[in-house]
Ligand binder design. Sequence first.
Ligand code: GLY
Length: 370
Amino acid sequence: MARNPAVRTTCVGAGALSLAALLAVVPGSGAVSADQPGAAEPVAARAAQTAGGKPRPDARHVVIAVHGGAGTALKREDTTPAQEKAYRDGLTEALRAGQKVLRKGGSSVAAVEAAVRRLEDNPLFNAGKGAVFNEDAGHELDASVMRGSDLAAGAVAGVRNVRNPVSAARLVMEKTKHVLLAGEGADDFAARNGLPTVTQDYYWTEKRWQELMKAKGRLKGSGETLTQGTVGAVAVDGKRDLAAATSTGGLTNKMAGRVGDSPVVGAGTYAKNGTVAASATGAGEVFLRGAATGTISNLIEFGGRDLAGAAYEVLVKRLPHLGGTGGVIALNAQGVFDAPHSSEGMLHGYLTEDGRVVTKVFADETPANE
Ligand code: GLY
């Protein structure tokens, strides 16, 4: 694997503190590049990502991480400082929302829900507000959540009126005997349980509309779709319980009724305390066929692999052979974190025990694993 260390990693936060202290820390606000002379070296390991060909984790001492989609990383030449700031702020706000839950003693499930809700509410990301359009110029959203302590899981697929699909997924997990609700039944269930509902125009953004027009023009009825990202979060709480959550609008110009990997346990989302919390982004059909996140867990549990080795094996060695690219954020109960991907970059960020935030938004900050 040829993988460069991060080129320009933005860190936001305070000095070294214990895990307990993290949960009480008041977030810092300054932003520095870790490459600049004098910039604080994050607790996260920034060493080379390979040692004798063996994958190494991106970071250690991580308590929560988020992603904003694979294949959606920004290109420096096309990005204004204001756009860069908006993406970094979006990821940072999601991490801080999760941190706030954790520092009050909340569960990792509550933390990943809080983080993903922020991303769903942010029109920059393909989930909730800002979700992509399907071929009928409508929006159908998928989400899931999983708890690592007992393998409880909940998911919704093809919802059209829930403002925050990740919260509907959590409700399915906590209030029903089922795992996955789809379509109208899922929308009705969420509304009956008091979740805010919206009309389809809530999800609309000009950017996504233009992407649909472009897809329809370029693909000329070929039935092809465009990958447009997904959001997700993984966290470990004070009890060392893991959780993962994923939410998406799916693919631009997807068929009406198409469901991707994001609401499917073992494909887009998985969490098991002894192995990994993982949230995927990328070509959903490939992640479904490759049982992506469940396979990472199985390689750790039954294959004797460490987190980085297992995630690398699945994302870089196996899934591309199935015909699609993407990435995953993966965290274990010891705070080891990795974000391997075969796509050109992956928007993501993580927060370490000492309260530092690291965000990666440019493709050259997150070179694809090879
Ligand atoms: N990975 C998101 C999707 O394919 O729907």
